[in-house]
Design a protein around this ligand. Structure first.
Ligand code: ZN
Ligand code: FE
Length: 241
């Protein structure tokens, strides 16, 4: 029994994620911001939806929620801290709470920085991390509401997950993140290897994600930042890149 995650490309560069618990067939969708392609992907996967998970309140992560909920009549899970600006929640969660997908359990990790109420979900069974707009492949979210110290702490929590964790993020930003990463860390061999794999995937029309956390730890300039000041500096540089 394990959880698998597949990206559903939506909008211009977003990914919703279709999660499936292999032992029960229970299915969840993460950040369904565009109902039509998501309903199609769910129908194609068997037409079952047990749960909607939300990482944060931005429109490009929640816009399709009410339509998908109405179609499949399933509960919506999101951050208690952002209840006032999320679609109606059936389960409002905080750090350390869990969600159940069939026989699998997902852990809630609060990761403020991009937004104040951002949460991520981690399914140990399958090592699947839904990182929203906190951790991207070779990047991290812009600090729209949070401080560098908050983002640093959030990234440290994610960095402590098992190395084989699959990082399922909210956007296909990897190639542009790679250009920045190569500019600030040109001598990083692991980064060059990483970017080579990304280029191959994108050239073949494939998503660059999920990535593997152990690879991110060696190549992602935001995970490589050793302290808050360094993270603040690299984030400021990226904002102007
Ligand atoms: Zn966002
Ligand atoms: Fe986003």
């Amino acid at each position: 029994m394990t959880v698998t995650a597949s990206p559903v490309p939506i909008l211009s560069d977003n990914y919703a994620w279709l999660l499936r618990d292999s032992s029960t067939g229970a299915t969840a969708i993460v950040d369904p911001a565009d109902a039509q392609p998501i309903i199609e992907a769910i129908e194609k996967a068997g037409g079952r939806l047990d749960m909607i998970l939300l990482t944060h309140h931005h429109g490009d992560h929640i816009a399709g929620v009410d339509e998908v909920r109405a179609r499949f009549n399933c509960p919506v899970v999101g951050a208690a801290a952002d209840r006032h600006r999320l679609p109606a929640l059936d389960q409002a969660v905080r750090e350390g709470d869990t969600v159940r997908l069939g026989s699998a359990v997902g852990e809630v990790i609060e990761t403020p920085g991009h937004t104040r109420g951002q949460i991520n979900f981690f399914f140990p069974d399958g090592a699947v991390l839904l990182s929203g707009d906190t951790l991207f492949s070779l990047g991290c979210g812009r600090l729209i509401e949070g401080t560098p110290a908050e983002m640093f702490d959030s990234l440290r929590k994610l960095a402590a997950l098992p190395g084989d964790t699959l990082v399922c993020c909210g956007h296909e930003y990897t190639e542009s993140n790679a250009r920045f990463a190569l500019a600030v860390d040109p001598g990083n061999e692991a980064l060059h290897d990483f970017v080579g794999r990304v280029e191959q995937l994108r050239a073949a029309g494939q998503p660059s994600v999920p990535s593997v956390l152990a690879d991110e730890l060696k190549a992602n300039p935001f995970l490589l930042a050793p302290d808050v000041a360094s993270l603040a500096a690299v984030r400021a540089k990226k904002d102007k890149f």
